[in-house]
Design a protein around this ligand. Structure first.
Ligand code: KG4
Ligand code: ZN
Length: 340
């Protein structure tokens, strides 16, 4: 087995609709090549079969580009890392199979990475880095979790959504307003121009640190239906205000639980991660809350919020140092859990 504290690793991410590759050397991420899949936009959501086909088309080019950019030769690699889950089975299979082929050809070990743990460890790609233990609110299109991070490899979910993810709530609300997929960033943009107090939505209450976003989705559907009965152009006339009000509501739902988690654990080192961490409303409200509660907050660079292989590379680096490799019989796990 390879014995080095300065490993060079190629990491591949293919869990959903982004094909990405990254090279990391001695814990320093050298690049982060991402091919996004436009093919889903016209369908209003990710179509799993189209996603896996697009991964197959993109993966060789993306991996070659990451290797070329890094200036590192394939025979200098110490390991190949890949996302094992959670994600779409067909998409994960492309990355896992590609990693296996390359590891076999180069005769180097493989490292399996949990996508949700990698979102959290994206905080160690660049400065400032959080100190352990810290809390991370991981918010994406598939997950909404509050994670207690004790060390690079010890992560525990304290609370999570019991139904839809917050990113899904953003995307589905956008779809109801006739906006294309993914609607989260569009709602964010319109919200910047709107009045967040214009419309009110009812609160959903969940025990402890768990979340639920299916109620707000239904409430929003009925809200639009009722308003459109009064004026069929309601959405067009009020788009900015609707987006601002909805965004504030979703952000408050997240921060309320994050505040509770901080109170319960006594931790003031607070991070956010995942695609929805790119939301400007969440970033601003978190910054305000941090001032009020004396929190030290960590928000990743935009390119490391949404799906990317640099975060897989970062997680793989720490697993390499602990000698955590996997065998050729490894298979993707679409519902892989944190701390698995
Ligand atoms: O982490 P990610 O890239 O993929 C998953 O693992 O799901 O997250 C994608 C999600 C989508 O729901 C997208 O709408 C949302 O992140 N998102 C945003 C913003 N940018 C991305 N939601 C709200 N505001 C944004 N600025
Ligand atoms: Zn993700």
């Amino acid at each position: 087995m390879v014995q080095t504290l300065h490993p060079t690793i190629l990491a591949i991410e293919s869990s959903c609709d982004e094909t990405s590759a990254s090279v990391i050397r001695s814990g320093k991420v050298l690049n982060n090549v991402i091919a996004s899949q436009e093919v889903h936009h016209k369908h209003g959501g990710v179509v799993p079969e189209l996603a896996s086909r697009a991964h197959q088309q993109n993966i060789l080019r993306v991996v070659n580009e990451a290797m070329d950019q890094s200036g590192i030769k394939k025979n200098e690699l110490n390991a190949i890392a890949f996302t094992r889950g959670p994600g779409l089975m067909g998409s994960l299979l492309v990355g896992v199979s590609f990693a296996k082929g390359m590891a076999l050809a180069l005769d180097i070990p493989m490292i399996e990475v949990n996508h949700m743990e990698a979102h959290v460890l994206a905080h160690f790609i660049s400065e400032p880095k959080p100190q352990f233990p810290f809390l991370c609110l991981t918010v994406s299109g598939g997950h909404t979790q509050i994670v207690l991070v004790k060390s690079f490899l010890e992560l525990k979910v304290l609370g999570q959504t019991q139904d839809d993810a917050v990113g899904e709530a953003f995307d589905k609300a956008a779809k109801m307003m006739g906006l294309p997929y993914p609607g989260g960033p569009l709602i964010d943009n319109y919200a910047k121009l709107g009045n967040a107090s214009a419309f009110k939505f009812s609160q959903t209450s969940m025990p402890d640190l768990d979340f639920s976003f299916s109620g707000i989705k239904t409430a929003f559907l009925y809200f639009l239906r009722d308003k459109k009965k009064e004026d069929e152009n309601f959405v067009e006339k009020n788009l900015n205000d609707i987006c601002a009000s909805l965004q504030r509501h979703l952000v408050q739902m997240l921060l309320q639980k994050l505040k509770l988690a901080a109170q319960q654990t006594g931790i003031k080192e607070i991070a956010i991660a995942g695609g929805v961490a790119a939301n400007s409303g969440l970033r601003n409200a978190l910054t305000d809350l941090a001032k009020e509660l004396n929190w030290k907050i960590f928000i990743p660079e935009f390119q490391y919020c949404t799906d990317n292989a640099a975060m897989i590379a970062m997680a793989a680096h720490y697993k390499f140092l602990e000698g955590k490799f996997c065998g050729m019989d490894v298979a993707p796990v679409p519902n892989l859990e944190v701390g698995y």
